[in-house]
Each structure stands twice: as C-alpha cells, then as structure tokens.
Ligand binder design. Structure first.
Ligand SMILES: O=C(O)CCC(=O)C(=O)O
Ligand SMILES: [Fe+2]
Length: 491
C-alpha cells in the first residue's frame, strides 16, 4: 500500500507534466486558428483578386499541403498524439502499482474480519472509529460498497447491515453519494437470503414506491408475498430481527461459527483469558551458553514464562537495530503469503492467512547471518536443514488463524522438501514489539517426532497499524544427535 501512495504521487506529477504539454499544444492551435482567421478574412475581402495573385495562390496551397504536413501534422497533431500516447502508457504503468479489485476485496474483508473478531458494530465504523482509532466518517457510497462486496462474497449478514448503514447515511446526506434504489434493492435481497421475507417485502415495496416501473422488484414482491403467507402458517420458524442496526453485533464468519476454538481465539485476541505470567519466584531464568564458545563469552538470557511449558523466551537474540535491517531487507521482497492446498498440493492464497512474507538468506546480509547464528547457538540445533528466515508483515486485518507449524499430512502427501529435511521440529519467533513475547522458542515435535498439540497458535487480526514478525522454522534432519529420541513416544 505504501508503494501505492508513492505511485499516486508520481501519477500527480505525470498528470501535471501532461497538462503543461497539452497547454503548449493548445496555445499552438490557438495561434494557428488566429492565423487562419486573419488570412481568410483578408482573402475573403476580394477573393478573386486575392487568389488571382499567383503568389497568394501558391502560398495558400502550400499552407495546406507542404506546411500542413510540416507544422500541423507534426507539431500540432502528431506531437500531441505522441504526448498522449506517452501519457497513457505512463498512466497504465503507474496504475499497476495502485490498488486494484483484489485489494478492494481484501480491504473490505479486513474490515469485516475486524468486526467479527473484536465485535465492532458497522455503525461505529461508519461513524468514524475502529477500536478507538479515529478513521473518519464513511459516506453512504462507501457503506454501500462495503455491503456490496460482503454480499458478493456471500456474506449476507454483513452485507445487510452495511446496506442498512448506507440507507441511514444517505437519508442524512446533503450531497447524495449513491442511489437509494440500489441500496433498497440489495437490502431486500439480503434480507431474503437471511430468511426474513417480511422485511424483504417491506423493502421491496419501498423500492417500488421510489421506482414504480422496476420490473424485477415487482416480480420479487409477488414472490415475497407468497413466502410471507407460507411462513406465517409455519410458526416453528424463529425470525431474526435484522431491523435494529443500532445494536447490531456481527456474528462470526460461517466457517468458524460457534467452534470452541474460535471462541477462545476471539477472547485471546481481545486480551481476555490471557494466562497471567507465573510469579517470578516460581519460574526459571538462566544464562545459556551450551558450551558454545560464542555464548561462553556473552551468554544469552533465557526465561521461562510458565513452569513446565514448552516455550521459552530468549533475550538479546536480535536488537531493534538488527530487526530494522531485517525489515528493510525484507520490504522489497514481500509478497502475499501462500499456503499448501491440501487437495491439490499447490501453493494458493488462503483466507485464513492474510499477510505478506519474504524469505531472507544468509548471503543477503551479515545481520541475517548473525541473528541466525545466535539462534543456532542458543537452541543447540542444526540449522542446515532449516527453512530460510521468514519475515512477515501484517497490514490492517492481516491475521493467521489457529494452526500448527508442523505438518500434519500423512506420509504419502509429504512434500519433497519434507522428505529430505523432515518436519518442523521447532519454531523460533522474533517479534518486532516491546511485549514480553518478543523472541520466543518452542518445540513443535516431541523427541519421537510426534506433533505437540498444545503448540496450536494464531496471529490475531491487526486492528491498527502494521505488525512485523520473523520466524525460523527448524527441521528434524541433523538433530539426531542434538535432540535424540527418548524411550517413549510422548517424551
Ligand atoms: O504472526 C504471528 O504472530 C505468528 C506467525 C505464525 O504463527 C506463523 O507464521 O507460523
Ligand atoms: Fe505459526
């Protein structure tokens, strides 16, 4: 998006440049018109006499043959055409750097996800605030577009409420930004999709009042009347009240509707149910050197957060300055993250993981080498088989739903890489933040290679600003002697 803002600025410069060239061309055209005027007026005073003069006749003919070719076609017609083409090409080039349809859908989905996760009513956002951040009021048109995209995504619940917001705002708008008939059309249809045909009928009637010859609305009206009649005989159906937008609380997305995992994910993201850190006296902090010469000289501080938990924090793995360098190395390489589609094995974009990622190699910068060497030293694990250092950047609404870092696929689906380097035995996560979790490490697999189910974790949707993390996924190959198998599967 930041690139987009820069492209927008470049576009303003290009447009200004084009305007000044166009002005030049228009001045030349003006001068040409003046000279045509002057000449024809002179000639028309006495055309026969004027053109009877062979020089006048010659110059007149010349003007529209030789000169026309030379000056008009080239300097006024051709050149400006070239300017226009160049301008159009330039605009097309810059356009590619500016947000597109996919970004539009993405930004809307981000807003809807934040509503879901943090229970933010549409009204609050429409009136200009998200999670306490002042975002400015939304026009009826912006609400309408949010509703339309939610609707096209099959999300009728959000679709309805955003359309309702559009209606409410349009009624108050002095300079109308959208059409009431479009809003009513969508509202009626989403109400119907949400099985509230009574409301669908009311809205359709409102639409017909506004546009009496709306054919589809007239047909829908008849259909809704039938449905309402049928439904009133069937009292078992519970009607949802969709009319009260003021107290509207969005419901979770269907794929998660009501799972205990979603409930605890939501509560954790809202800062509820977070297990308080154990008392300092009961947890262990130590200096770790692993007999590694590097660490004997400057041992790294290791801290447990909970007793018996499979997770520790390491201090001083990467300084803020080093993280800054890592971020700047990653920035030009960031691309929307992909995941393996279990059905096809192909890399695809997934709704459950919205972030941009980049991979950094040892050869990219000495800081990348230095940080990875520290990880290697403190974990005592071999990094030759590890994944490159991943850097992830989450924008607003960016998130990663609950997941394991290790692969849960069975043998026949195992990727080539996994066959060679093994599953992800451990995760080292570097956070660009001041919270205590800033550099954490945990094992994903037991010594036997069995996955540790308690490692399920997630990245909450970013409410404000951006978030950076970097992770090193360590694989099993090469750890045989560093972390040998125990005697039981669960060791
Ligand atoms: O971004 C985070 O907080 C966690 C990232 C994560 O779990 C992952 O990339 O596997
Ligand atoms: Fe993860």
């Amino acid at each position: 998006m930041e690139h987009g803002l820069m492209a927008e600025q470049n576009m303003a410069d290009k447009i200004r440049e084009y305007i000044s060239k166009e002005k030049e061309r228009l001045h030349a055209l003006e001068r040409l018109a003046d000279s045509f005027d002057e000449h024809s007026r002179l000639g028309l005073k006495n055309p026969n006499a004027y053109l009877g003069n062979p020089i006048n006749a010659f110059l007149f003919v010349k003007k529209f043959t030789i000169d026309w070719e030379k000056y008009v076609e080239e300097s006024i017609k051709h050149k400006p055409t070239q300017v226009t083409t160049e301008f159009n090409t330039e605009l097309d080039r810059l356009r590619k750097k500016l947000p597109d349809e996919e970004d539009l859908t993405g930004s809307v989905q981000a807003i809807l996800r934040l509503q879901d996760m943090y229970d933010i009513p549409a009204k609050e956002i429409a009136e200009g605030s998200i999670g306490g951040l002042n975002t400015g009021e939304l026009s009826a048109d912006a609400c309408f577009e949010l509703g339309r995209i939610a609707y096209e995504d099959g999300d009728y619940y959000h679709g309805f409420h955003w359309m309702a917001m559009a209606k409410e705002r349009l009624e108050k708008e002095r300079n109308k930004t959208t059409e009431m008939s479009d809003i009513l059309d969508y509202m009626a249809w989403t109400a119907h999709e949400l099985e509230n045909d009574k409301l669908a009928l009311e809205l359709t009637e409102e639409l017909i009042k506004l546009v009496p010859d709306h054919l589809r609305a007239q047909n829908n009206r008849l259909d809704f009347i039938e449905r309402v009649k049928k439904a009133s005989n069937d009292t078992s159906r519970v009607k949802r009240d969709l009319t009260n937008t003021t107290h509207y609380v969005p419901k979770p997305t269907p794929e998660y509707n009501g799972t205990p995992e979603l409930r605890s994910y939501k509560r954790l993201c809202k800062g509820l149910d977070v297990k308080p850190r154990e008392k300092m006296s009961s947890i262990v902090c130590r200096y770790r050197h692993n007999n590694n010469p590097r660490l004997l000289l400057s041992p790294i501080k290791e801290e447990e957060v909970y007793r018996d938990a499979n997770m520790v924090l390491f201090h001083d793995i990467a300084s803020d300055k080093e993280m800054k360098i890592i971020k700047s190395l990653a920035t030009p390489k960031l691309f929307r993250a992909t995941v393996h589609d279990p059905a096809t094995g192909k890399l695809v974009h997934a709704k459950y993981r919205i972030t941009k990622t980049a991979w950094l190699e040892d050869r990219d910068h000495f800081v990348v080498r230095r940080v990875q060497n520290r990880i290697k030293a403190v974990t005592g694990l071999d990094l030759d088989s590890a994944d490159s250092l991943q850097v992830a950047n989450y924008g607003i609404g960016g998130h990663y739903d609950p997941h394991y870092d290790f692969s849960t696929r069975d043998d026949q689906d195992t990727s080539e890489l996994e066959k060679r380097d093994g599953n992800r035995i451990a995760t080292f996560l570097l956070y660009d933040s001041t919270e205590p979790w800033n550099r954490s490490f945990w094992y994903n697999l037991r010594r036997s290679g069995k996955g540790i189910m308690e490692t399920r974790h997630a990245a909450c949707p970013v409410l404000v600003g951006t978030k950076w993390v970097s992770n090193k996924w360590i694989r099993t190959r090469g750890q045989e002697f560093r972390r040998p198998c125990g005697l039981t599967e669960d060791e």
